[in-house]
Design a protein around this ligand. Sequence first.
Ligand code: SF4
Length: 105
Amino acid sequence: MNDDQRTRREILRGAGAALLLPVLPAFVVGCKKDLACTDTTGLAPEKVALRTTMEYVDATPNPTKTCANCQLFKPAAPDACGECSLVPGPIHPKGYCKSWTEKAG
Ligand code: SF4
């Protein structure tokens, strides 16, 4: 390998890094961690038990029935846990429980 080849390789490597650097932050932001609404810290034990009794889950087993289209869901900001007028604690928009009620209108 002569000095000209090494120089060309170094230039190409540097150009590749220069092209990737502006894209990297957008990629990292795009890989946002999945929303989880399972933190019951601070809830009284009977409220945690009610979540269990209602069989609340963060991921609905039936895509046509989600908390987001339930009458009892109170949405929060986009990509955030909402609330429910029946089940205490954080509620995932794509969650579900056995008291799902079709949203009116
Ligand atoms: Fe979700 Fe059940 Fe509350 Fe409806 S009642 S928003 S399905 S937790």
